[in-house]
Ligand binder design. Structure first.
Ligand code: PEP
Length: 254
């Protein structure tokens, strides 16, 4: 955590919960957020698409921001079942997660597609949270850093700035497994990502860009991860479904 980059705590609800769950979780967070005078972190929740409008209403004015879990790379058109960035922005999203490993795996998303999605999210006025991360096989083969560098090179939007883009480092082996990267592992990759960003967008912008850690982040491990020099918050899955846990993670950030 640096004093110049404002921590971001993002909750990825994935494909979980019905209307009553979305209402309850978002209102608990909104109430807590509204009570904090000047929070030292930004908070965003990313519910499933059908819950976005409902959650937008609940969190309105609270300071909790809304995000989407994905977006189509195009503005509109014949794309059955897809959702455009303009629609997401229109229902209140200010962030969009792109390139989550579950989408890369379940939907065969390539770096090029992730990049196009991130560029479309930015063009619609949202902040793209671009996910990258190595598999266990890649880590065991000594390719953790090179895999993340390559994904970053391929997925980073063309006009990426610290204002319109956030990177999420999510080791695939840590997502939903209860296995978390050690502080040394996390800092090594986050440091390498920032060094690569320096080459891609220049030192000044790289120094300002937020890099989140994601992968079994919980209240018990968030503090030591977020305290690392190049970790600027978290992208949280399982623990984001519990308001007290998610809030505790945010408090560890500020
Ligand atoms: C995620 O889905 O982005 C994630 C990090 O999940 P979890 O926190 O459950 O590992």
């Amino acid at each position: 955590m640096s004093t110049t980059r404002r921590p971001l705590i993002a909750g990825n609800w994935k494909m979980n919960g019905l209307k009553k769950d979305a209402r309850q979780l978002s209102s608990q967070l909104a109430k807590r957020m509204a009570k904090v005078n000047r929070p030292g972190f930004d908070m965003v929740v990313c519910p499933p698409f059908p819950m976005l409008a409902l959650v937008a209403d609940v969190i309105k004015g609270s300071g909790v921001k809304l995000g989407a879990q994905d977006n189509h790379p195009q503005v509109s058109g014949a794309h059955t079942g897809d959702t455009s960035p303009a629609m997401l922005k229109n229902v209140g999203c200010s962030y969009a997660i792109v390139g989550h490993s579950e989408r890369r795996t379940d939907h065969g998303e390539s770096d090029a597609l992730v990049k196009a999605k991130a560029e479309a999210a930015i063009a619609a006025g949202m902040i793209a949270i671009v996910c990258i991360g190595e598999t266990l096989k890649q880590r065991k083969a000594g390719r953790a850093l090179s895999t993340n560098r390559k994904q970053l090179q391929g997925s980073l939007p063309q006009a990426a700035t610290a204002k319109n883009t956030v990177i999420a480092y999510e080791p695939v082996w840590a997502i939903g497994t209860g296995e978390v990267a050690t502080p040394a592992q996390a800092q090594e990759v986050h440091g390498a990502i920032r060094a690569e960003l320096e080459k891609l967008i220049g030192a000044k912008e790289a120094a300002k860009m937020r890099i989140l850690y994601g992968g079994s982040m919980k209240p018990g491990n968030a503090g030591e991860l977020i305290a690392l020099p190049d970790v600027d918050g978290g992208l949280v899955g399982g623990a984001a479904l519990n308001a007290a846990d998610f809030w505790a993670i945010a408090e560890a950030a500020g």
